[in-house]
Design a protein. Structure first.
Ligand code: C5P
Length: 201
């Protein structure tokens, strides 16, 4: 039986960690839809037109190591503004969402546009400062040289682009359960998410 869990929210709010843990808990498959936009953004940086890249996207393109960099994140949010690019990526996401055995999809527009009929919807958020600190710590741990103010500016720029675009802007679905992770550790955030999904069943 198909059961879809939609998890949306801004960058570095904890969506990825929560989504993986929720998928593991329920034994569901997980799709990080940001990787689709990152894969297209990566190719745009290489000079390939974004729409061509979206049309040619293959599942194996989502495994690349170089999709997690700040440059690719910004490029992803630029290609994500283009309605035709978004349209190319819809079928793949919807098919994944309805696979037998259940699915968790995380992104920006899963509960609002991709799967408005999802059985459970979460909106995971945190203050821009907390999110920037987390991203800064991750980059430092990965050996990337950067400073906190630059990361905060990047987070704010991407938030503004994701929330301000005309097509599928980042916003909570009316029926999404909101989880603010600013003051929560990973275990507490995951526990809240699992409780919310369990109540939706
Ligand atoms: O989640 P992640 O940070 O990897 O997403 C990268 C970018 O991809 C986001 O800033 C956003 O612009 C775009 N995106 C989107 N819709 C989604 C997932 C990601 O527009 N469902």
């Amino acid at each position: 039986m198909a059961f879809t869990i939609a998890i949306d929210g801004p960058a570095a709010a904890g969506k990825g960690t929560i989504s993986k843990a929720v998928a593991q808990h329920f034994g569901f498959a997980h799709l990080d839809t940001g990787l689709l936009y990152r894969a297209v953004g990566r190719r745009m940086l290489d000079g390939i037109p974004a729409l061509d890249a979206a049309r040619a996207l293959m599942a194996q393109d989502l495994d690349a190591d170089d999709l997690r960099t700040p440059d690719v994140a910004q490029a992803a949010s630029k290609v994500a503004v283009m309605p035709q690019v978004r349209a190319e990526l819809i079928d793949f996401q919807r098919a994944f969402a309805r696979r037998a055995g259940g699915a968790v999809l995380d992104g920006r527009d899963i509960g609002t546009v991709i799967c408005p009929e999802a059985e459970a919807k979460l909106f995971v958020t945190a203050s821009a400062e907390v999110r920037a600190q987390r991203r800064f710590d991750e980059l430092c741990a990965a050996g990337v040289k950067t400073d906190y103010d630059r990361v905060l500016a990047d987070v704010r720029e991407r938030d503004a682009r994701d929330m301000g675009r005309a097509d599928a802007p980042l916003r909570p679905a009316a029926d999404a359960v909101r989880i603010d992770t600013s003051g929560l550790d990973i275990a507490a955030a995951v526990a809240q998410a699992i409780t919310a999904v369990t109540l939706a069943q």
